[in-house]
Design a protein around this ligand. Sequence first.
Ligand SMILES: [Fe+2]
Ligand SMILES: [Fe+2]
Length: 160
Amino acid sequence: MTNTEPMTQASNEELIEHILTRYHDTHREQLPELIQLSERVERVHGGHTACPAGLSSHLTHMAEELETHMAKEEKILFPMIARGMGAMAGGPVAVMRHEHDDHGSALEELERITHGLTLPEGACGSWQRLYHGLANFRDDLQAHIQTENDLLFSRIDGGN
Ligand SMILES: [Fe+2]
Ligand SMILES: [Fe+2]
């Protein structure tokens, strides 16, 4: 069972509401704390071989890109879909799918910077909270993209 399966029966409006509350709100809640934690870990453990060098700037960039992307969905695309104007949404959907690919690449870079989110021996509490939080963020973002691509946007591509 994939994690999009429980939502296959939902209407477009229900699906949009689920995406907003389960994913958009959650990313916005989590990312500021993850950025703060990454700044602390980089500052305190800069000399450590496992230090995720460049993580805070990468996360800051990801948060900015995601905010711009989610705002486009919230202000333009989702209202179009909710109003039943899916036939006109092909262009915006293609742009969103392309940006999802960029988010996927950014997640790969996140894995590289953090050595696959592997904690070093004796990692401090901040480092542990950071990597646990990042694992949740990664899983959420992947599920978020999957829900949009495979459920909501595929209905638009299919003319529904
Ligand atoms: Fe989204
Ligand atoms: Fe999206």
